[in-house]
Design a binder for this molecule. Structure first.
Ligand SMILES: [Cu+2]
Length: 121
């Protein structure tokens, strides 16, 4: 059965700590989670690898956090005028027994309206 996943991004009071929903029962795992430093009231991007250890394709449909007013799934790409743009996505595919990479210049979780600075831990 296909499940729609949401990633939870949490914070500690000092620096940035990210954790993600992980389920050994269903086999969805988020690893290597990181974000560039960003300032309060600004925007930031979160990157990670999402592994699907199960035999069925799945999808990531949302991300949740308490550090931003809005969280969106985005894809960066160069448009036909040669300008880098970010496009909101409805979901990210999680292929069976595969991995989906969120990385600079590609897919990412966009955090808009930061409630505090994001700092390196
Ligand atoms: Cu973005």
């Amino acid at each position: 059965m296909k499940t729609s996943w949401k990633i939870l991004i949490a914070t500690l009071s000092v620096g940035l700590f990210l954790s993600a929903c992980q389920s050994k029962m269903t086999g969805i795992e988020a690893i290597e989670i990181w974000a560039r430093p960003a300032i309060k009231d600004g925007n930031g991007a979160v990157y990670m690898a999402v592994k699907n250890h199960s035999d069925q394709a799945d999808e990531l449909v949302a991300a949740l956090t308490d550090v931003a007013n809005v969280v969106e799934l985005h894809k960066s790409e160069v448009n036909d005028q040669g300008v880098m743009v970010m496009l909101k996505q409805d979901s990210f595919p999680l292929p069976a027994r595969g991995e989906f990479l969120l990385e600079p210049g590609g897919y990412h979780i966009m955090v808009l309206g930061l409630k505090r600075d994001l700092k390196w831990c």
